[in-house]
Design a binder for this molecule. Structure first.
Ligand code: PLP
Length: 398
């Protein structure tokens, strides 16, 4: 059976050039980057090259780039590292709890951590709402920021609905607050995991202090991420046991995946030329579905979203049933939430948009990538109306 992969926000197929770049480090170039002999230095050099490739992409110094075992750990390190640093500086002083601002639609790697720290009594948190389009309002950031705010953590683009946040504008709000309140030490972290393929990630243009990336969303390997940390920003480590990555990610470096991430990020610049092709196919998919199937609606802003994302609700049918039916026909997509997380709660992202429980449960996320073709989109548009019609007939939601 022909298999069509439309779940590129979950993970991407490894690029051939990336795979080729990684191969030697699983074979003859197996040294431990901390060893002083030739084998070790060979691995160390490869990691340095990769660090420079990431730095070129972010427009920063290579010493500001840290390889972290996943984006989940990088998000955790950024947030917990800032909190630990603040708590240490406050220790013994009767100061207010550190305050963190985040949004209601963050990835669980951010949201669940902030909720945990808040429940644990370590911090105070503000979870910014989004408008119906899925965008955080600048006025809400302005209202939320206060003297004890130590961190604002907002994602660049959302993993479920692909909506892009006004990062540079939020950075301006933070900057002007710091000018008004010189004692303020508020830092700005963004999770740029989903944005990296499509958006400008220059850290100075964005005005961020900390930024997270993941290897496997950019046609690179799984189990590797990046934390960008601006020079002069101090964070505490959260894992102990070695000097690697200057103490922020102890443990023997995974040279293979680090090399893969470096190559993948180098490829992103050339991939950006293909973006209009992806956007055209995505538009064809959205328009095709909305025009040929009744009771369908696009979730999140149409304009302000990643060019590869189409998150659509099909009224009267459960997302999981559509996913399974498409899978049987060889098409891989995902639902906003349920199955993946093992619970039946509706997607927190769709709920934050205010679409309601029923629409949240009936959503499907199609995320295109650089390997998708027009023929594949035509095939999906051909089979989907029949699938929805059949499912609607037997749906308990009807
Ligand atoms: N942040 C976002 C926005 C994501 O979409 C993901 C992956 O789904 C992650 C973080 C976690 O990335 P990783 O799989 O590298 O831990």
């Amino acid at each position: 059976m022909q298999r069509i992969y439309l779940d590129n926000s979950a993970t991407t197929k490894i690029d051939k050039k990336v795979f080729r770049a990684m191969e030697p480090y699983l074979k003859q170039d197996f040294g431990n980057a901390s060893s002083l002999h030739w084998f070790g230095q060979n691995a160390h050099e490869a990691i340095t090259k990769s660090r420079q490739q990431v730095a070129d992409f972010l427009g920063c110094n290579f010493l500001e780039v840290f390889f972290i075992d996943s984006a989940t750990i990088s998000d955790n390190l950024a947030i917990m590292g800032v909190v630990k640093q603040a708590l240490r500086q406050n220790s013994g002083q009767a100061q207010k709890k550190p305050h963190i601002i985040t949004s209601q639609i963050e990835h669980p790697a951010v949201l669940e951590l902030v909720e945990h720290l808040e429940k644990d009594g370590q911090i105070e948190a503000t979870y910014l709402p989004v408008n119906r389009e899925g965008v955080v309002k600048i006025e809400d950031v302005e209202k939320a920021i206060k003297e004890n705010t130590i961190l604002v953590s907002i994602m660049y683009a959302n993993n479920e609905i692909g909506v892009i946040q006004p990062i540079a504008e939020i950075a301006k709000v933070i900057k002007s607050f710091k000018l008004r309140v010189p004692s303020s030490k508020v830092l700005f972290h963004i999770d740029a995991v989903q944005g990296a393929n499509y958006l400008d990630c220059n850290v100075d243009k964005l005005g961020v202090d900390l930024l997270t990336l993941s290897g496997h969303k950019i046609y690179g390997p799984k189990g590797i991420g990046v934390l960008y940390k601006r020079k002069g920003v101090e964070i505490e480590p959260i894992i102990f046991g070695g000097h690697q990555e200057r103490g922020l990610m102890p443990g023997t470096e995974n040279t293979t995946t680090i090399v893969g991430l470096g190559k993948a990020i180098q490829q992103v610049s050339s991939f950006k030329f293909q973006v209009s092709k992806i956007e055209e196919l995505r538009n064809k998919l959205i328009d095709g579905i909305l025009n040929s199937i009744s009771g369908t609606s696009l979730n999140g802003s149409r304009e302000n979203r990643l060019p590869n994302n189409a998150n659509i609700s099909f009224s009267g049918v459960e997302g999981e049933s559509i996913l399974m039916a498409l899978d049987q026909k060889g098409v891989a997509v995902s639902t906003g939430s349920a199955c993946a997380s093992g619970n039946l709660d509706p997607s927190h992202v769709l709920m934050a948009l205010g679409v309601g429980v029923e629409r949240a449960h009936s959503s499907i996320r199609f995320t295109l990538g650089k390997y998708n073709t027009e023929k594949e989109i035509d095939y999906v548009l051909k089979i989907l109306p029949g699938i929805i019609e059949k499912l609607r007939k037997i749906s308990p939601l009807k």
